[in-house]
Every structure is written in structure tokens, then in C-alpha cells.
Design a protein around this ligand. Structure first.
Ligand code: AMP
Length: 589
């Protein structure tokens, strides 16, 4: 562990990434493979590999107490040291200076971490932590604590450790990354690299893969600017979950790769009948199920086909995140909770099926395979009416049980930014957060945030603003004044300062009415643009606010939309720049 700690000090001191990876590579090469493998995990700032479900469950307070005790320092002294360092590991290195232990081997530290994780209760854990730190040299203690708190703070990310492994064992970065992604274990990846067997890394069921992530966009236009063909889905406001289904066994993993099946005991049943092993990507969402009348027969009798068809097409809809929140982190879920706060699994991607890893296929192929899985499940589904509904591929509701469905997220196609705007408004009306826009030609990139998946999110806040200028619209809105520039009052309320533009949210009838009004109340006709009398108040919503000199106010709103006309408000009642500043400050906290 001494050499590990020394290497960490050198890595922290190095300023360039290249120097850092060179030090890591040298260090790894100098160790036996087993030690190097454990070191690779520690160097990623974690006590255990990503896929292992082990956690230390040792809080900062416990560590603080043990360090104070070992160092023989008062709380005040430790607090003073903490102010100097801002990191408990560094504090330990400092205050334990006088109290050198004989030193530890890296594999001993790894074993101690497993023992601590297995110990029940904080008293038992404290004894083991104390034993471990008592044997460590001050420098070792510094890094043991940093690993325990999950952050080495030496400017080393797992991606740099991957690079170093490539360097140390003559493999390409791509080979290392792929193996690490499939195994979710940088230590195991190192072992394979050392043996020249990276190509043998295989995806393992019930070991979660990394999640593909999305980048935010500012406008509908931007949403369509990165790729040729987009698949658009609602952005559900729940929690991301990867479902592994094998031989009737189903487990769900969160974005942090923790298993969360326990909190959703009703969900496995909805996927258990999948005809083959599969890994799905999706969102667990609080769900409002349509009332299950159970008397389909009667309905069919009344209006053959039509009504039952309609009923089958309605799988229900999402409820707010706050409803789901009450279900999170529970080990035991009460009957009342299961019934009062039911959930659904909304699947939007498939990473493994037909015995094959599918991540390298373009989204259009994966989407097709997911559709087929859904269809097969429906085919198997038997007589239950809801199973027939399109996109609802599992429904597990025994008599009197809480409902649970797996639903295929509907996919939309768009031709223009206007289409996207309309879908956005519709998605919000369905109670969802916004939209996800995905490149149909893109592979699934685990753990990557790129521009193949884009997110258009729910607004941060709203402002009441005054329209100061208007422009003619595009597409469907040619010939009507539908693009509005709007302003808030400056500090003294004697001047309006522009803060943004928006062109969606009003109904066609409202736009027609407003066009007439603006034509009659134009102060200056600039051709495509008209400066108008500042008398119309709008409520606008936006995702984000940033400093910008595009508008006089010094701010710009990202992705603003009109929520409604505020006919009930006089222009004097619109918001001031202070309100905008407050929103800006709140958002940057
Ligand atoms: P954010 O958490 O704001 O970065 O947005 C990304 C998250 O949106 C993902 O991690 C998912 O949990 C969630 N999400 C909701 N609906 C979808 C969808 N249709 N496709 C992908 N991610 C989605």
C-alpha cells in the first residue's frame, strides 16, 4: 500500500494527463497481476469493482471519530485540520503523522474492505476501520480514507486508468474500454489485459452495463441539427433502470449500477415471461393505470370491437416523480404503497437479445428488435385484454394484486422543429418531462454522454414578461405574427429590457387574435419584424437561464415557451430583472 500511496502522490503532483497515465502504467507494471488488479479498482476511487453490489456503509462521521481517536485529537483540532485540507483523507495523513503503523499490503486493505462491508452495525464497522487504520502508515491512511469516501482527488478518472492499462500491457484503449464496459470491473479488465485476453471479455447477465446518456439542447432547431433521422420519445420522469431477464429471473439495476429490484417487487413479473434472455434499458415511472373494470364482456356487447379496442390502446399514463419518490430506497414495500403508488417499466432500448449483444447495432435495428420482443410477448400474452394493447408487453396483475406493466415507449418521427415543439407540448400534457431525441443511426454507447441522444426538458421556472416585438412565423405559421420577443422591467421599473424569444405554446386561435392586435398596435414596422406597444403579458417557461449579451437584460433563456397569455395582468405587473436574477442564482446553486 506504501507504493500505491506514493504513486498517488506523484499522480496528484503531475499536471498533464499524459504524465498521470505514465505514472499509473509504471506503477501497475511493477506489481504482480493480483495486486495491480486491486490497485486499478482503488485508483478509480472505489473500494470495490463497479458490478459488485458490496458497499462499505461507513459514513463520514464514523471515519471522523476513528481518525480523531487514533490521532488523539479533539474535535476542534480536527476541524481546524479539515479547514486546511478540505478532505478527511488528507486530514488523516496530517494528524496521524506521529503515530506510524507498520504498513499494509494492498491485498490486506482489500480484504479489510470486504470485512467492513460484511460487518453489521456501525459499532462493528468502527472496530474494523480502527484496526485497519491503526496498522497503516500516515500516507497509507490518507489514501485508504480517500478510497473509503469514494474520491481520491488526484485528478484521475477511470478513463485514465483504462488508458494506463492499455499502456502497461500493450493493448489498445478501445480494447480496454470495451472489456471494462462489458465486465464493469476495471480489475478484471486488467487481469485479462495482462494475459493478452481482452477479447475474451463477455457480457454477463446480471452485471449491469453502463448507461448511455443524453446532452441537453437549447432549442427545437438544435434538436434536429446533429443527425439525419431522429427517433423521438417522451422523456419520462422516473428513474433509469436496466432490466436483466434470464430464465424467468428478472433484476433491475439503477444508473449507479445498484440492484433496485427489491424496491419494485411487482415489476419482475411483468418481464418474467419474455420469450428469451434480454437486457432492456428503460425508466421506472409512477403509473396511473386505467380503471380495470374486469367486465370487458359487457363493453364488447354494447359496442362490438370499438370500445374494447379503445380500452386496450390505453395503457395509462405517468404520474409525477414525487409519487415515485415515495417508493425509492425501500426494502419492504407495503401493500398500501403497492396499490397507492403503482409503477410501470417503460422500455426504450434493448442491449442484449437472441443471445447477442446488440449495442453496436444502430438504434433503428435495436428499436425493431425491441418491437419484436414486445410482439412476441403479446403473442404469448393469452387472453388478458390489456396484453393486446400495442406497446404493452407484460401485465402482471393476479386477482387483487397491484398492477405492474412493462410498456414499450412510443416512438415518434418528426420532420421539422415545429413538429418537435408540438410533440414537446404534448409530452408535457401527458405529464412527462419533455422529449428525448435520438439518432436512429447511432450505436448504444454505454457510459457516454454524446450528441446521439438529446434531451429537451421541463422548464426550470416561469416569468411574466411583456411582448416588445413580434415576427412572422415559419412553416404552418407563415403569415401570422407568432414569434415574440419579450422583456422584463429593469431595477427602477422605468424601462423594459429584452430577455428572450419564444414562438410556441399559444393556440392557433390565440395567434390569429394576437396577430390582429399586434398589426393594430405596431410602433415601428421593420418589415419582417414589428416593434409593438408593450401591453401584452405572457407567462413564459424555460429550461435554463444563462448570462448572455444577446439581450439588453444580460441574460438569455434557454428553450423558452409560452405557457399562456396573462390577460389578467397589466404590463406594470410583469416580473423585474431581480426576479430573473434570483432564478439565475437559484439554478446555479
Ligand atoms: P437527465 O437525468 O436530465 O440527464 O436526463 C436523462 C435521463 O432521462 C435518462 O438517464 C433517463 O433516466 C431519463 N429518460 C426518460 N425517458 C427517456 C427515454 N425515452 N430515453 C432515454 N432516457 C430517458
Amino acid at each position: 500500500m506504501k507504493d500505491f500511496a506514493r504513486a498517488c502522490e506523484a499522480i496528484a503532483a503531475a499536471t498533464k494527463k499524459l504524465q498521470k497515465t505514465a505514472i499509473v502504467a509504471e506503477y501497475l507494471k511493477s506489481r504482480a497481476v493480483e495486486e495491480a488488479a486491486v490497485s486499478a479498482v482503488f485508483l478509480s476511487g472505489k473500494p470495490f469493482p463497479a458490478w459488485e453490489e458490496t458497499t462499505l456503509q461507513v459514513g463520514g462521521t464514523l471515519l471522523w471519530r476513528v481518525v480523531a481517536e487514533l490521532a488523539g485529537k479533539s474535535d476542534a483540532e480536527l476541524t481546524a485540520a479539515y479547514r486546511r485540507h478540505g478532505d478527511l483523507g488528507a486530514v488523516a495523513g496530517d494528524v496521524l503523522e506521529q503515530r506510524a503503523g507498520q504498513g499494509l499490503k494492498i491485498l490486506e486493505v482489500s480484504k479489510a474492505f470486504h470485512d467492513i462491508a460484511a460487518a453489521r452495525g456501525s459499532a462493528a464497522k468502527a472496530v474494523l476501520v480502527r484496526e485497519l487504520l491503526a496498522q497503516a502508515t500516515p500516507l497509507e491512511a490518507k489514501y485508504i480514507i480517500k478510497i473509503m469516501t469514494g474520491d481520491l482527488r488526484i485528478g484521475l478518472k477511470e478513463s485514465l486508468v483504462e488508458e494506463a492499462i492499455g499502456k502497461a500491457y500493450a493493448a489498445t484503449l478501445g480494447e480496454v474500454q470495451r472489456a471494462n464496459m462489458l465486465l464493469g470491473d476495471i480489475g478484471e479488465t486488467l487481469r485479462l489485459a495482462a494475459e493478452g485476453k481482452l477479447a475474451e471479455a463477455k457480457m454477463r447477465m446480471f452485471h449491469p452495463l453502463g448507461f448511455m446518456l443524453a446532452s441537453p439542447i437549447d432549442s427545437a432547431e438544435e434538436g434536429l441539427s446533429y443527425f439525419a433521422e431522429a427517433a423521438v420519445e417522451d422523456k419520462y420522469d422516473g428513474i433509469r433502470a436496466q432490466a436483466h431477464v434470464s430464465d424467468g429471473e428478472v433484476k433491475f439495476f439503477s444508473r449507479t449500477r445498484d440492484e433496485i429490484t427489491e424496491s419494485f417487487p411487482e415489476l419482475p413479473g411483468a418481464l418474467a415471461g419474455l420469450p428469451q434472455d434480454a437486457i432492456l434499458d428503460g425508466e421506472i415511472v409512477a403509473w396511473e393505470y386505467p380503471p380495470d373494470t374486469g367486465d370487458t364482456q359487457q363493453i364488447v356487447d354494447e359496442r362490438p370491437g370499438l370500445v374494447s379496442e379503445q380500452k386496450a390502446m390505453d395503457p395509462g399514463h405517468a404520474r409525477p416523480f414525487s409519487v415515485l419518490q415515495q417508493r425509492l430506497g425501500r426494502k419492504k414495500v407495503s401493500e398500501t404503497m403497492l396499490r397507492g403508488n403503482p409503477v410501470a417499466y417503460v422500455a426504450f432500448d434493448v442491449l442484449y437479445a437472441n443471445g447477442e449483444l446488440l449495442i453496436d447495432l444502430p438504434l433503428r435495428e435495436r428499436a425493431r428488435i425491441l418491437d419484436e420482443l414486445v410482439a412476441e410477448r403479446i403473442h404469448q400474452g393469452g387472453t388478458e385484454s390489456r396484453r393486446k394493447s400495442q406497446g404493452d408487453f407484460g401485465f402482471d396483475a393476479g386477482a387483487g394484486a397491484a398492477p405492474a406493466a412493462a410498456i414499450r415507449a412510443p416512438v415518434f418521427r418528426v420532420k421539422s422543429a415545429e413538429d418537435l415543439d408540438e410533440l414537446f407540448v404534448a409530452a408535457q400534457a401527458r405529464g412527462n418531462e419533455g422529449l428525448m431525441i435520438k439518432d436512429l443511426d447511432s450505436p448504444y454507447l454505454p457510459g457516454k454522454r454524446g450528441k446521439s441522444w438529446l434531451k429537451m426538458k421541463r422548464e426550470l421556472a416561469t416569468l411574466d414578461v411583456v411582448v416588445t416585438a413580434v415576427e412572422y412565423g415559419h412553416g404552418r405559421r407563415i403569415g401570422v405574427l407568432s414569434d415574440y420577443t419579450f422583456a422584463v422591467w429593469d431595477t427602477n421599473k422605468d424601462r423594459l429590457v429584452n430577455i428572450g424569444k419564444a414562438y410556441s405554446g399559444l393556440t392557433d386561435a390565440e395567434i390569429t387574435e394576437m396577430t390582429q392586435w399586434f398589426l393594430e398596435h405596431t410602433i415601428e414596422d421593420q418589415g419582417f419584424r414589428r416593434v409593438v406597444e408593450p401591453r401584452i403579458v405572457l407567462e413564459v417557461a424555460f429550461n435554463n437561464m444563462m448570462r448572455s449579451d444577446r439581450h439588453e437584460s444580460g441574460y438569455a433563456l434557454r428553450f423558452s415557451r409560452i405557457v399562456r397569455l396573462r390577460r389578467d395582468k397589466l404590463p406594470e405587473e410583469a416580473d423585474t430583472i431581480e426576479t430573473a436574477q434570483k432564478i439565475f442564482e437559484k439554478q446555479s446553486q
